[in-house]
Design a protein around this ligand. Structure first.
Ligand code: HEM
Length: 243
C-alpha cells in the first residue's frame, strides 16, 4: 500500500491505492483453489468412517469421541484420497512460498502484527461491536487490516494450517515410521485424525466469515484488489474516522 493515511483522508476524488503484493495475490488464489478442493475431497474420505476416536486405535464399535450423523460409504474414497493428497501438497508448497515471502518482505510484521493500540481491550471490543453491526470501515482504516482480521489471519496461517499439515502427516504410516515423535505430539494416530477434523472445521468457519466480510466491505473492490492489486477508495470513505 503506497498511499498514506493523510493523503487518503485529504482526497476529494476517488483514490486508487496499491494493495496486496503479487506474491500475496498469486499464493492466495492457489491457496483458495486448493482449499476449495481439499474440503470436498476430505468429506469424501470422511464418509468411509464418520467416527472419531482419541488415542492410537479406534474402530466401529469402540467408544467414539464424536460420531457424525452420516451413513458410512466407501464409494468416494478413491477419488477423494487422490485429490486430497495432491492438493494438500500444492497447499503446503504454496504455503512455504507465501511464508518465506511474508517473512522476508516484512509483510507479516507490517500488515498482520496488531499494534499495541489495536490490542487495547476497549479497541478490540469496539471492533467486535462494529463487526456485529456490519459497519463498513471508513477513513484511513480502509488501508489496514483491523485487529480481528489480523488475529484471524494469524491463527489461520500460524496455528490451523500448520496443525492441519502435522496431523495429516501423523495419519501417514510411512511418515510416522520415520518420525514416531509425531505420535507423542498428538497422542496417537486417531487423536491426530480428530484434531485434523477440528482444525478443518475451524478453517471452514473462518472461510464462511471471510466471504461474508468481503461482501460487507464491498465484493467488487475487494476482489479487484486481491486479483489486480488495486483498491479504490471513494471520497465518502475518506472523510471518516482515523485508525
Ligand atoms: C474463493 C474464496 C476466497 C475469496 C473470494 C477470498 C478473498 C480474499 C480477499 C478479497 C482478501 C483481501 C482482504 C482485504 O484486503 O481486506 C483476502 C485475504 C486473505 N485471505 Fe482470502 N479469499 C478466499 C479464500 C481464502 C481461504 C480458503 C483462505 C485460507 C484458508 C484465505 C485466507 C486469506 C488470508 C490469510 C488473507 C490475507 C492475505 C495477506 O494479506 O497476506 N482466503 N481473501
Amino acid at each position: 500500500m503506497n498511499a498514506t493515511a493523510a493523503s487518503v483522508s485529504a482526497a476529494t476524488a476517488p483514490v486508487e491505492v496499491d494493495r496486496h503484493s503479487r506474491l500475496v495475490r498469486v499464493t492466495h488464489w492457489i491457496n483458495a483453489i486448493s482449499f476449495l478442493l481439499l474440503v470436498p475431497s476430505g468429506i469424501a474420505i470422511l464418509f468411509a468412517h464418520p467416527e472419531f476416536y482419541w488415542g492410537e486405535v479406534g474402530y466401529f464399535g469402540d467408544p467414539a469421541a464424536l460420531t457424525l450423523p452420516l451413513e458410512p460409504n466407501m464409494d468416494h474414497t478413491a477419488w477423494g484420497r487422490g485429490m486430497h493428497f495432491l492438493f494438500a501438497w500444492v497447499l503446503v508448497l504454496n504455503g512455504i512460498v507465501y511464508l518465506l515471502g511474508g517473512l522476508f518482505s516484512g509483510h507479516f510484521r507490517r500488515q498482520m502484527l496488531p499494534s499495541l493500540a489495536q490490542l487495547r481491550p476497549s479497541h478490540v471490543w469496539h471492533e467486535i461491536v462494529e463487526h456485529a453491526r456490519f459497519v463498513r470501515p471508513t477513513g484511513a482504516a480502509v488501508l489496514n487490516y483491523n485487529v480481528l482480521q489480523k488475529v484471524a489471519y494469524l491463527v489461520v496461517i500460524f496455528v490451523l494450517l500448520p496443525v492441519m499439515f502435522l496431523t495429516g502427516l501423523t495419519m501417514s504410516p510411512a511418515v510416522t515410521a520415520a518420525f514416531p515423535e509425531l505420535f507423542t505430539l498428538f497422542g496417537g494416530r486417531q487423536s491426530a485424525r480428530f484434531i485434523h477434523f477440528i482444525c478443518a472445521s475451524g478453517l471452514v468457519l473462518f472461510f464462511a466469515i471471510h466471504i461474508v466480510q468481503i461482501f460487507v466491505v464491498g465484493f467488487v473492490n475487494e476482489m479487484r484488489s486481491m486479483i489486480f492489486g488495486k483498491f479504490r477508495i471513494e471520497p465518502s470513505q475518506t472523510k471518516g474516522e482515523q485508525a
